[in-house]
Design a protein around this ligand. Structure first.
Ligand SMILES: [Cu+2]
Length: 270
């Protein structure tokens, strides 16, 4: 599937990123692939994910997302890491967001205009708990990226097929219906908070109502397949992603739940 601008491939496994050390500035699409256990041991990672968290089980061990962080001039990746580990404020580090999780063989992607500077690629999966033993960053999932000035004109952002506005407390408003095939989706976060933007495909035989209320430990399989989206869209920010839609029903959400999800159906002729 063609993607806008320069493509930077990032591969994620336990617990590392594989990526270039340096890329030129300009219009860039980060494409995230899973190359760890979700690729090579999907049965095991699904079982882990459906089981309760505990000393012997980390449900999100093998699921990786990408957050880009840009550091102000003069700050280093080791400054950033030591401050983050100590939970010190880092006003000189800006979270930009990035591609979320897509189940292999699919990949996820985020397109943005990249400015020169020092960046960090980070996986914040597992950070939501007091117990930090599951936090991927602390297991080594970060990697420096230098963006160097580029000479010559950068491509400009592609026109979007659909704009998705995140409003209120995470509600999603679409500007148009989603068509079949390749769609460029511009996501604009109009709220003052960070929001995930997940794209999920409904599994055959499951309903959208159960998809948005499902819990990992319900005893049923996940009603949706992770199709793409963003790890985070920062407050006031705009990110672009390109998604290939087959016919079927999809959910977009900023959080699993009826208030923060929207279902869209892509028809064979659409
Ligand atoms: Cu990770």
């Amino acid at each position: 599937m063609p993607l806008p601008g320069r493509i930077v491939d990032v591969s994620a496994g336990e617990f590392f990123f594989r990526a270039p050390d340096s890329v030129p500035a300009g219009l860039t699409t980060f494409r995230l692939r899973q190359i760890g256990d979700v690729l090579t041991g999907a049965k095991k990672t699904e079982a882990e994910n459906l089981a309760p968290a505990g000393p012997g089980n980390d449900p999100t061990r093998a699921f990786h997302m990408l957050w880009l962080v840009r550091l102000d001039d003069g700050k280093t990746v080791s400054d950033w890491y030591s401050a983050t580990v100590k939970k010190e404020p880092t006003p000189w580090a800006r979270d930009i967001g990035g591609p979320g999780f897509a189940a292999p063989p699919r990949s996820s992607n985020a397109t943005l205009m990249l400015e020169p500077g020092t960046y960090v690629l980070v996986c914040h999966v597992g950070s939501a708990r007091e117990d930090r033993s599951r936090y991927h960053l602390l297991k080594g999932m970060f990697r420096p990226l230098t963006v160097v000035p580029s000479h010559g004109r950068s491509a400009s952002l592609p026109n979007a097929d659909v704009t998705a506005r995140i409003t209120g407390t995470g509600q999603i408003r679409l500007s148009a219906a989603i068509g079949r095939g390749r769609q460029v989706i511009r996501v604009v976060n109009e709220t003052p908070k960070y929001h995930e933007f997940a794209v999920r495909r409904l599994q055959r035989g499951r309903s959208t109502a159960e998809a948005v209320t499902w819990r990992r430990t319900d005893g049923t399989k996940n009603p949706v397949e992770p199709w793409g989206g963003f790890s985070d869209v920062p407050p006031g920010a705009t990110l672009t992603t390109t998604v290939a839609f087959e016919s079927g029903t999809y959910l977009f959400w900023t959080g699993r739940g009826p208030e923060t999800s929207i279902a869209v159906t892509v028809t064979p002729t659409g």
